[in-house]
Each structure stands twice: as structure tokens, then as C-alpha cells.
Design a protein around this ligand. Structure first.
Ligand code: 3AT
Ligand code: MN
Ligand code: MN
Length: 539
């Protein structure tokens, strides 16, 4: 007969079709996902389709006008075209009501990045109705230049690329052809990457439906367990999706629930640092570097490599560290146990998706990394800088053998606004004192520092903005070593203070020790039990 198709770099583990019990478990899984509000509503999806259609029109108009302005011949203008692609969770079909739409606008060579940033804002405003645009922030100088906005109630990330090798971009253009990369600079290469990865990933999956169900489940699970997000050293959306896709290749006919259960078993016993990949890595050409641990020491240092399928292949998990890997392995084990009980009918999918206990149970000691600033504007920039370095602190602690077994970064930060009157009070705030915190409504009312009308002795009012990151500590069992993290902490501070963004007068970063019973109230969800101070026994 016909030779069976092989998906990926090895043959399948099982080509079994789902049985009745698998389908039953899958139905239950989909039910729980629905209950968790994981699927966008039909109206929401319709709105997204409409939004994408609008962007397509705006881009075509922009390209026409720029070509005209440049005095190009009429035929060139007519054929220039333009195309808007979606990538990220929307394109993978695993988006929920809160997801953004990640988009990439592709233009022919005549329309460059500067043209885009100059002309998109006015043309978009002209072609849209004003109340639909509720946010609009172009970031021209970013590593990946981007316009972030909110339009028709949806967040949009809009990237742009000008293809130097073509003078027309028809609506059926695909970015899969790697010759289209010719002539792109690094920025252009980064901008097209997300779209190319999404397209390739979907084409390497045997059954898209099973992939989508399992990926939704893994996104929910990893978010609930606080192990989602590349900034802090966990896999991001793409990396988790690649792992799921690999399991799909190994069980090409299985349904989502089966993929999910095999996921935890296989990923849990994976021989790291053997890479997870969906196809053989295409060799580097056109002067482009692809992931190769045999050649590049940096690639060799990736301890949990998950490789993107589109040329030039990269490691999507280069931020994973020993501690975050250890945490994930523990979670795989926990999940595998629960799934076995679900299959045995003794637990339900809801148990798998139970929220983590990072603040309520897991640690006695935490580090609070507090980024503080005197103005709202510079605070955002500064908090971003500190956030991008938190994992270096974690890695520093990992590597120092400072009496810490695991340093576990939390995946979200906490933003707070404080108002006080004296420098001494500011000093307490930047060290984590919560006594001066005000609500975000109060913060919105008056702006930053100003003189309050306090009768005769008008007092200075200071508004301080803080963003706090938490790292849960598990101390080494031997107890022989002293807990001393002063070296990694000072290195961490050095990374921050040497940045161009840093201003000593207005910005501060502190790392302080926090006991579980001293954690601020806002890290807990309603209904969670806060750790309490143990009562000392009296003799
Ligand atoms: P959501 O459903 O949106 O939460 P997602 O997988 O779509 O999940 P993102 O929108 O955050 O996640 O990211 C989509 C892709 O965009 C992933 C990555 O290739 C790219 N990306 C994410 N964050 C950034 C960033 N800060 N700068 C540049 N590219 C980014
Ligand atoms: Mn997205
Ligand atoms: Mn996005």
C-alpha cells in the first residue's frame, strides 16, 4: 500500500485512533475549557475578522499613497498590493476573549519602515471612526518596531516589514518561501519570524483540531501553575505550542485529551538538553545563523531547547534556567499523576488546572524586587528594564550555591502607587513599606508631585510608583551553607544601573527579604488563605 506519512524527525509512537473513552475524556476537557471562558464568542471572533479586514484596507491604502507620493508609475501603484498576516494565538486558533491579535503588515520594496511609521497613524485615523481607537502607541525604536493599540475593543500588536526583493505583494502571497528573506535586515527578519513560525508550525501538525484543544489546555495549565512566560525564564506561547505539536506528531490520530496526557509523560522524561523540534533544522544560508549547539557555545548553554521550525531556526526557550527547569519538571510530574487519576475516573480536568500556591503555601521566604520611580512616565520604562533583568538575578542565585536550592521567579509583577510627604517616607516606600499605598483611582485624580494647600505650612506631596517582582526561595536542605545572596544581588543591581535608562536621582531598585506572613494583601486572590506568623510556644 501507500507508505505512511511520517510527521517530524522520527516515526510515530502510536497511530491508534481515539477510542470511546478517549473521546469522552476529550468532551470533558472541552467542557472545562469552556467553563474557564477559554473560547472566544462567535461575536468576538466576528469582530476580530472585521478588525483584520479593516487593517488590510488601511495597509493597501497606505501603500497606494506612498507609491503615488514617490511618483511611481500608475501600473506600479496599482500592482503594489499589500497584505496583513496574523500570527500568535489568533493565527494558531488558540485565542481566548482576552487575547490580542498579533499582526504583520507586509509591503513591497517601495514602502519602507519609515514610510510606515510616518503614514500609518494619520491614514488609520482618517479611515477609522475615532471612538473605536482607544489606545495607539507606535514604538519605532523597539527591537521589533511595533504599533500597539486597542481598536474595536481588541488589543492589536502591529508589526511591519518591507520586502526588498519584490515590487508587488499580492493577497495570496505566502511568507514560507525563504527567498523572500533576501535583503532583509535583522529587524525585518525578526518582524517576519512570528508569522513564518506560526504558518510552518500548523503545517507540521497532523490534526489541527487536536493540536488546538491540547494547546489551549497547556496554555491554561501553564498559566494557572505560574510557569508561562519567557521573560521570567519559562516557555512562552510559541514554545509551549511547539511542544504540543511534537506530541501531536508522535500520536498523529489522537484527540486533544490524549495528546494532553501524553504531553506530561513525554516532556517529563525527555532527555534534556535534547532539543524538541518539529523537523530537521535547515542549514544556515544567506549569512543567517541557525541554532547549533555543536558550533555555538551560547546554544550549547540552552538546557531545555525548544526549536522554532521556520528558517532560520532559533531556540524559543533560551531564557530557561536550572531553577525554572526544575520547577517545570515538578509540574510535569504533578500533572502526570493527576491525569492518571482523571483517566481512572478519580479526578477531573478541573483538578489539573487548579491554581498554583506560590504565595499561599510554597515558600517561607521570598525576595521582593522593588523598582521605584518618581514619575509615571519614566517608571514604565524603568520597570521594563528591571523586569528584563530579574531572571539574571535568579540565574545568579542558581549559580552561586548561596544556600538556595531553588529560586522561583513569579510570572507577574505588581504595580502600586504611593503618596507621602517626606524623604524619610520615600525611603521606607522604596524598601517595601506599604503604609503609603493609595488606590489607582486616587492616583489618577492628582498627578505627580505638587504642593498641597495645607493652610500655612504647605507640605510637599510625593507620588511614588513601584513595580514589585517576587522570587520564591527554597533553601538548601543541608542547612550547612549560609544564605548569602549579596553577590548575585549586587551584580543584578549593576546590570540595571549601567543601563542608559537608569537615573540615580529618580529611580531605585531594591532586593529585600520578605517572610511569607509579611506578603502584601494584593498578591492574594479573594478567598485565598494568607500565611500567618507561627505562634511561638511558651515554655
Ligand atoms: P495571547 O493569547 O496573545 O496571550 P500569544 O501566544 O499570542 O498569546 P503574544 O501575543 O504575547 O502571545 O505573542 C505572540 C508572538 O509575538 C510571540 C512572539 O513571537 C511575539 N512577541 C511576543 N512578545 C513580544 C515582544 N515583546 N516583542 C516582540 N515580539 C513579541
Ligand atoms: Mn497574542
Ligand atoms: Mn502580542
Amino acid at each position: 500500500g501507500q507508505p505512511k506519512k511520517q510527521w517530524g524527525v522520527t516515526s510515530a509512537i502510536s497511530e491508534a485512533q481515539p477510542g470511546p473513552r478517549d473521546l469522552e475524556l476529550n468532551d470533558q476537557l472541552v467542557e472545562v475549557l469552556k467553563r474557564e471562558n477559554n473560547f472566544e464568542t462567535p461575536e468576538g471572533t466576528e469582530n476580530r475578522v472585521k478588525v483584520l479586514g479593516h487593517f488590510q484596507k488601511v495597509i493597501e491604502e497606505l501603500i497606494r499613497r506612498v507609491c503615488k507620493k514617490k511618483g511611481l508609475p500608475q501600473s506600479t501603484i496599482e500592482n503594489a498590493g499589500g497584505k496583513v498576516f496574523a500570527f500568535g494565538s489568533y493565527a494558531l486558533g488558540v485565542y481566548n476573549p482576552g487575547s490580542d491579535i498579533d499582526t504583520l503588515a507586509v509591503a513591497p520594496k517601495h514602502v519602507g519602515l519609515d514610510d510606515f511609521f510616518d503614514h500609518f497613524p494619520p491614514i488609520f485615523r482618517e479611515m477609522s471612526s475615532a471612538p473605536d481607537i482607544t489606545e495607539f502607541v507606535p514604538v519605532r525604536e523597539a527591537y521589533v518596531p511595533i504599533i500597539k493599540m486597542e481598536y474595536c475593543g481588541v488589543s492589536i500588536d502591529l508589526l511591519f516589514v518591507s520586502l526588498n526583493s519584490v515590487s508587488t505583494v499580492p493577497k495570496d502571497l505566502q511568507l514560507t518561501d525563504k527567498n523572500l528573506l533576501r535583503g532583509l535586515d535583522d529587524t525585518g527578519m525578526r518582524s517576519v519570524n512570528g508569522t513564518r513560525v506560526t504558518t510552518e508550525l500548523l503545517s507540521l501538525v497532523p490534526q489541527v483540531k487536536a493540536f488546538r484543544h491540547a494547546t489551549r489546555a497547556i496554555k491554561l495549565w501553564s498559566t494557572q501553575r505560574a510557569i508561562y512566560g519567557a521573560v521570567f525564564g519559562y516557555p512562552g506561547g510559541v514554545a509551549w505550542a511547539i511542544m504540543v505539536a511534537r506530541i501531536c506528531q508522535l500520536y498523529p490520530f489522537a484527540c486533544g485529551a490524549t495528546i494532553l496526557s501524553k504531553f506530561f509523560t513525554l516532556m517529563g522524561k525527555w532527555h534534556w538538553p535534547r532539543p524538541v523540534m518539529l523537523k530537521a533544522i535547515e542549514e544556515g544560508t544567506m549569512g543567517l545563523r541557525v541554532w547549533n549547539p555543536l558550533i555555538y557555545p551560547q546554544d550549547k548553554s540552552h538546557i531545555m531547547p525548544i526549536i522554532t521550525p521556520a528558517f532560520p531556526s532559533m531556540c524559543a526557550t533560551h531564557t530557561v534556567m536550572h531553577s525554572t527547569k526544575a520547577i517545570m519538571l515538578e509540574e510535569f510530574t504533578r500533572a502526570e499523576k493527576i491525569v492518571n487519576l482523571i483517566i481512572a475516573g478519580k479526578k477531573t480536568w478541573g483538578d489539573l488546572f487548579e491554581r498554583h500556591t506560590f504565595f499561599t503555601k510554597d515558600h517561607k521566604y521570598y525576595l521582593s524586587v522593588i523598582a521605584a520611580c518618581r514619575t509615571k512616565e519614566s517608571h514604565e520604562l524603568f520597570a521594563g528594564l528591571v523586569q528584563s533583568k530579574v531572571r539574571l538575578l535568579v540565574k545568579g542565585i542558581d549559580d552561586s550555591g548561596a544556600g538556595v536550592e531553588i529560586a522561583r521567579p513569579y510570572v507577574k509583577s505588581f504595580e502600586r502607587v504611593h503618596r507621602c510627604h517626606t524623604e524619610e517616607q520615600i525611603d521606607r516606600i522604596i524598601q517595601g513599606n506599604m503604609a503609603f499605598q493609595i488606590s489607582s483611582e486616587e492616583a489618577a485624580v492628582n498627578g505627580s508631585s505638587e504642593k498641597a494647600e495645607n493652610g500655612e505650612n504647605a507640605e510637599e506631596v510625593h507620588t511614588i510608583y513601584t513595580t514589585t517582582f517576587y522570587i520564591g526561595l527554597t533553601l538548601a536542605a543541608d542547612g550547612g551553607k549560609q544564605l548569602d545572596i549579596s553577590y548575585p544581588v549586587s551584580e543584578f543591581k549593576r546590570f540595571i544601573t549601567m543601563s542608559d535608562i537608569y537615573e540615580q536621582e529618580t529611580m531605585s531598585v531594591r532586593v529585600i527579604h520578605t517572610r511569607n506572613y509579611d506578603l502584601p494583601a494584593d498578591v492574594f486572590l479573594p478567598g485565598e488563605t494568607r500565611p500567618t506568623k507561627p505562634v511561638k510556644e511558651k515554655k
